[in-house]
Design a protein around this ligand. Structure first.
Ligand SMILES: Cc1cc2nc3c(=O)[nH]c(=O)nc-3n(C[C@H](O)[C@H](O)[C@H](O)COP(=O)(O)O)c2cc1C
Length: 228
């Protein structure tokens, strides 16, 4: 086998000390997200700070993972939007559990979580859908997400037809909300904060749910450090 040159990069991150970890995970999720967004604005090396990998259980039992945008950040959970009939939508309908990771290598940080999943209610979905740019709203109707298609042309033709049907009037409700477009909230059972440090001796702080309560409720969580 041919040898490849592997570039090894040390992670000289600031780490995460016990006293920086709050009694419940929500505050730190928000703080790290804000830091990643700010880093994207100023340094440009975190271009999509809310890009989040979401893993589900495939219908064949093999895990499935894809990237989505984290669009709901609330003490109740972390959410994203998609087509409900997409592969992930079907997998979540069959088995409403998921794992997620937000990874920001440029700042040597990652957040992981796993938990149960619920569908977002229609008012929440409508409020978000109407905030999207017109072209994205037309695309939501155009694409039967995750279904096979022979080529790009039929998609473009469908986009053009739908764009003609619901022209851009500048109004947030010029395109109706597709009935099968929606979203999911992941309600974590476990949240981990990973902070990369030199010599691979990283910091990992974990919250495990001990009872009911939101991500902001200290009574719902037990906290400990995990070896890197
Ligand atoms: C940076 C990035 C952001 C994405 N955001 C979303 C999203 O918010 N919602 C979504 O449905 N797909 C999003 N996608 C596309 C998904 O990764 C995926 O291709 C699609 O959802 C179909 O996944 P599925 O077939 O497993 O259901 C994104 C992809 C990337 C790379």
């Amino acid at each position: 086998m041919e040898r490849t040159t592997v570039e090894r990069i040390d992670y000289p991150g600031e780490g995460l000390a016990e006293e920086q970890v709050p009694a419940a995970p929500y505050e730190l999720v928000v703080a790290w997200l804000e830091a990643a967004v700010e880093r994207g604005r100023s340094g440009g090396d975190v271009p999509e700070p809310t890009a989040m990998a979401v893993a589900t259980e495939g219908s064949d039992g093999i895990p499935n993972v894809r990237t989505v945008l984290l669009r709901v950040v609330e003490p109740e959970g972390l959410g994203f939007y998609c087509h409900l009939d997409s592969t992930k939508g079907r997998e979540l309908a069959a088995r409403p559990v998921a794992a997620l990771t937000l990874t920001w290598p440029a700042i040597f940080r990652a957040i992981r979580a796993r938990g149960r999943v619920v569908e977002l209610d229609r008012d929440t979905v409508t409020a978000y859908f109407t905030s999207r740019p017109w072209g994205s709203r037309i695309s939501a109707w155009t694409s039967e997400q995750s279904q096979p298609v022979d080529a790009r042309d039929p998609l473009q033709a469908r986009y053009a037809a739908l764009a003609a049907r619901w022209p851009d009037t500048g109004s947030p409700d010029d395109v109706p909300v597709p009935p099968r477009w929606g979203g999911f909230r992941i309600i974590p059972e476990e949240v981990e904060f990973w902070a990369g440090r030199s010599n691979r001796l990283h910091d990992r702080h974990v919250f495990v749910r001990t009872g009911p309560g939101t991500l902001a409720d200290p009574a719902a969580w037990r906290r400990f450090r995990r070896q890197p």
